[in-house]
Design a protein around this ligand. Structure first.
Ligand code: DQA
Length: 144
């Protein structure tokens, strides 16, 4: 099974960025965590991060016919991007939404998730563990 793991804007700043919310581990630590989780699940994971909405849209489009599922933390674009929602709908791949923090306990503007409308499952508030759970979920539900 081949999956694409997408991380949106500012997640490259993990470790430096609001550590009380996102923790002290870095983006490089997150990449190693995801690689280990993928290995453990027996899936092939491509890991991508971008601070640009259009690049994320293009990356999702490129998954069509190439990947079997998507794990996505759209970060701030979660709450604003109809373009990412439409891209997820366009490729019609099973997608799982992940957030490091529990967005339900945060500001009002974080209560909407456009991406969620095209996702089969959401894991939030579990830190890096959410990515492992998302990968395992895709494997269990859609893996061959
Ligand atoms: C986030 C939550 C978003 O609201 C925020 O904009 C992020 C990270 C999370 O992983 O908790 O950048 O997606």
């Amino acid at each position: 099974m081949k999956i694409l793991v997408i991380n949106g804007p500012n997640l490259n700043m993990l470790g430096k960025r609001e550590p009380d919310i996102y923790g002290r581990e870095t983006y490089a630590d997150l990449v190693s965590f995801i690689q280990s989780a993928a290995l453990e699940a027996g899936v092939e994971a491509e890991i991508f991060q971008s601070n640009h909405e259009g690049e994320i849209v293009t990356k999702i489009q490129e998954a069509w016919g190439e990947k079997d599922g998507i794990v996505i933390n759209p970060a701030a674009y979660t709450h604003t991007s109809v373009a990412i929602l439409d891209a997820l709908k366009a490729v019609s791949l099973p997608a799982v939404e992940v957030h490091i923090s529990d967005v339900t306990k945060r500001e009002e503007f974080r209560q909407i998730s456009y991406a969620r409308l095209a996702c089969v499952k959401t894991f939030m508030g579990l830190g890096f563990e959410g990515y492992r759970r998302a990968i395992l979920y895709l494997k269990e539900q859609f893996g061959v």
